[in-house]
Write a protein that binds this ligand. Sequence first.
Ligand SMILES: *Cc1c(COP(=O)(O)O)cnc(C)c1O
Length: 433
Amino acid sequence: MQNWINSKKYFSEAKKVIPGGVNSPVRAYVAVGGEPLFIERAKGAYIYDVDGNKYIDYVLSWGPMILGHSNETVLKAVSKAMKKGTSFGAPTKKEVELAKLITEIYPSIEKVRLVSSGTEAAMSAIRLARGYTGREKIIKFEGCYHGHFDSLLVKAGSGAATFGVPSSKGVTKGIAQDTITLPFNDIEKTEEVIRRERENLACVILEPVPANMGVVLPKDNFLKRLRQVTSENNVLLIFDEVITGFRVALGGAQEVFGVKPDLTVLGKIIGGGFPIGAFGGRAEIMDELSPDGPVYQAGTLSGNPVAVSAGIATIKELMEKDTYEKLDKITGELVTGLSKIIVKTNHEAVINRIGSLFTIFFSDKNEIYDYNDVSSCDLKKFAEFFQGMLAHGIYLAPSQFEANFVSTKHSSVDINKTIEAFEHTLRREKKTY
Ligand SMILES: *Cc1c(COP(=O)(O)O)cnc(C)c1O
């Protein structure tokens, strides 16, 4: 058992000056009990806390660190960029380079604008969709998270689901009324609502593979039919690929499922561990943005040269041969191993996985396809599982409603250790039940 004395000390200090002691709610471990670890450093697949404990990290800063922590190539690019100055508030060549990379890899994106977070990108994409169509309502899906701004903080996943605040206080009724929320994977209902609301509807926004209620896969043809019905009714389709972009494939979920959205929201990986976001799509829509068009959007640190350099270095390394095949193979080994342990120890759990993204759901259901299914999970069992894994040196997302990530630096040795820890955890848990 680790000693967490320093983490506890820092957390009690943090709580005095930072609400809940954290700068983003899920970090506080409220859903799993105990107190958060304070992190000292991280390298490759490992993260080290302030008490000197080492963990195999499957959080990876919630997705961005796909190349593992402190990647040499990324660090070099960042250090080179920083020496030239860290922010100018004026255009740089690097921004154009990142924009070109994104537009080449995502055929649906003809033009892209860079911002400083995924929240900002999703918010701006919604404003643009409203400006472009002249309509106000939007459709989102239960359990999909698109950042913490008002109109999308209705039945959101992630922290909002973790804390049972599906709709945040402080979001006005007017804003909530313009947001229609539907169950993910229910294409019949979605088609019906789109047809009925088409005169008022600016866009449909979704995570094509939701990862903020845990990982949930789209059913056969859900995305294709959604594309069809939005096109037929002249409603914009927005894919929030902040997690799935450059994760489930270089070209994101839109590449995997062969569906072209009108607008795409990106973030996380494209900043290589620095604050970033991006939204882009058809030129005709993007040209509605200021200064060319009437939809206002701006940012002091947008296209920040350090963040952009980290992003370019990350994407270039991801573009090398076989990256995604390797990620897929190693995650496959992990998930196959974990699944065997579930069967062997006679537990009820389902693992959803796509590429290097996975969630273990402690549910007696056979399949997890929407927020309703996710809500069937045994959260107490999840919390015990989480604490057990942590005690074995495995750092997982501290909530049932989150995804876990594998990096290019996770080795077969790490995977085997994780599977072993899982078996110990589940067996001990059975005893205490
Ligand atoms: C993380 C996330 C966001 C918000 O990005 P931030 O950079 O945290 O603001 C938006 N959408 C999805 C799908 C995300 O996972």
